[in-house]
Design a binder for this molecule. Structure first.
Ligand code: TXA
Ligand code: MG
Length: 495
């Protein structure tokens, strides 16, 4: 049986702006889009559609229906698919087709769609509706809108409070986390306290492990550089768990940036934008811009949310070394230099985020990464490639010696020195021959670039511990995540 989230009712999708008459007035809050996309990973989403009541003075039936269709189409464009439950106009009379009351209909809906009601939720911004839903056997989430918030004492027990649909999605995600990994929430709480008091915590993201500190605390950020052993200050990525935080950190949020956030957040995409005075210079290495992303990892999101501050974090490796994709990689490199390593297992994406700058209307790729460039271009049109050679790297991830294992690495086809006897092979897929190699790592037996990216750094780490004279790496097809993989391999080969 599936778990469901019921939305009561469709007006909540548009932030409950009353008296919408025309589709041109519809604006989907990004919190709605990101929240629903997150919720649909674990829940079936239903929305109770208000009946276009012709007697209503604000809009005609035709107008309301057109508006509702428009909202559903918009959501579908952002990859959100919800089921509609039309409400009956004939309240109090029997009607087989339309539903009379969302609350008395829940059991019928549950039967038809095989929904596990006790583990499902009703989201509403009217406390009365939340109460009725709880009475009908589901759990409740009360969205506290600015207007008409109820005192907390009036809340039914066990009802979750949320600022918006995104916040509601994070609450449910945390609940899920504790169901599956009971021990992790206390660890996250402890890590959040450390971050709040100026400490440094290594934490998992969907790309690689990050070495995090409160982005608004310059001393805490300085410790991050110290721990990494960076010879100079590089600009760091600021990690967020709420879009609201974004608005304080940048001075401009161009249309292209908003579109990319709506499509790809949370996820492996970093946006470089003009920074506000709130962001300390040490975070941006004196640049007038700041790099920001919202990671797509439940532990990272829960940690950032609980800490209540934006988290500045580079990858949790020593300067110039391979990025960590497991907690063990972090412990090997940074050991007890960090205040805490939050173990979230393996990072599912495995390469760092794609870094894109949006300045003066120009969208530029600064670092290929976990979000394929093709997908970004599909959303915002052509993206400038960063000029290959620069005396001062605009994005220090562009330094050639980045991402290097300690063992010399050559690309397949380059001349091998005679003296290199112990050779390791890093192969994209199952190699035709492994002759001459004492160790072989296959990134993806099926030739899948996603899987290859996820395995890349762990494979390099393993080869790096084998006392090899050389690692021979094969480039992968240069499409999708292949761009990011080859970028890392070429840099490692240039050491
Ligand atoms: O997936 C990731 O991005 C990981 C996880 C932990 O989020 N983080 C990561 O951080 O890879 P780091 O510090 O290893 O790489 C950050 C990249 C660097 O290439 C840096 O130069 C670039 O982002 N960057 C940061 N701020 C910038 C800015 N204001 N302008 C241009 N590039 C910037
Ligand atoms: Mg790094």
């Amino acid at each position: 049986m599936d778990r469901a989230v019921f939305l009561f009712q469709d007006t909540i999708l548009v932030g409950n702006r009353a008296h919408l008459r025309d589709v041109s007035e519809v604006e989907l809050p990004p919190e709605t889009i990101l929240g629903l996309r997150m919720l649909q990973k674990s829940h079936e989403i239903f929305v109770f559609m208000s009946y276009p009541d012709e007697a209503d003075e604000t809009a005609t039936a035709v107008e309301v229906e057109r508006l509702q269709k428009h909202v559903l189409n918009l959501l579908a464009q952002y990859g959100v698919h919800i089921k509609c439950l039309p409400l009956s106009p004939y309240r109090g009379t029997e009607d087989g087709v339309r539903l009379k009351s969302p609350f008395s209909s829940l059991s019928k809906v549950a039967e038809e769609y095989r929904i596990d009601l006790p583990n499902s939720f009703m989201i509403s911004d009217h406390l009365g509706d939340v109460e009725r839903a709880i009475g009908a056997g589901v759990q409740g989430i009360y969205i506290v809108s600015e207007r008409g918030a109820q005192p907390q004492s009036a809340m039914p027990p066990n009802c979750l409070l949320a600022a918006d649909i995104w916040d509601a999605a994070l609450s449910l995600m945390e609940k899920n986390l504790s169901r599956h990994r009971e021990e992790i929430l206390p660890d996250i709480e402890r890590a959040a306290v450390i971050l709040k008091s100026g400490g440094v915590v290594a934490f998992p993201t969907e790309t690689v492990y990050g070495l995090g500190a409160n982005a608004l605390d310059p001393i805490a950020v300085a410790r991050v550089f110290e721990i990494k052993g960076r010879p100079h200050f590089d600009p760091l990525i600021v990690h967020l768990a709420a879009l609201r935080q974004m608005r304080d950190l940048v001075t401009r949020l161009p249309e292209q940036a908003q579109a990319l956030m709506r499509f790809f957040w949370p996820g492996p995409l970093t946006l470089v934008l003009p920074k506000s005075d709130l962001v300390p210079d040490i975070v941006t290495a004196g640049l007038p811009t700041v790099a920001i992303r919202m990671p797509d990892h439940p532990i990272a999101l829960a940690l950032i949310r609980k800490s209540g501050v934006p988290i500045a974090a580079p990858s949790a490796n020593l300067f110039g070394h391979v990025s960590p994709t497991t907690a063990d990689h972090v412990r090997q490199q940074l050991g007890d230099r960090v205040d805490m390593v939050l173990d979230g297992g393996r990072c599912p994406v495995g390469v760092e985020s794609t870094v894109i700058s949006i300045l003066n209307g120009t969208v530029t790729l600064l670092r290929p990464g976990g979000t394929p460039l093709e997908e970004i271009e599909r959303m915002v049109g052509p993206v400038q490639r960063h000029p290959e050679r620069q005396t001062i790297p605009v994005s220090p991830g562009q330094l050639p010696h980045h991402y290097a294992p300690r063992t010399p690495l050559l690309l397949k086809g380059q001349n091998l020195p005679e003296s290199a006897l112990r050779r390791g092979l890093l192969s994209f897929t199952i190699p035709a021959s492994t002759e001459g190699f004492v160790a072989v790592e296959v990134l993806s037996t099926t030739g899948d670039l996603r899987e290859a990216a996820a395995n890349l750094f762990a494979a390099l780490h393993r080869l790096d511990t084998m006392q090899l004279d050389v690692i021979v790496a094969e480039l992968v097809p240069e499409i999708g995540l292949g761009l990011a993989i080859n970028d890392r391999l070429r840099r490692a080969a240039q050491k």
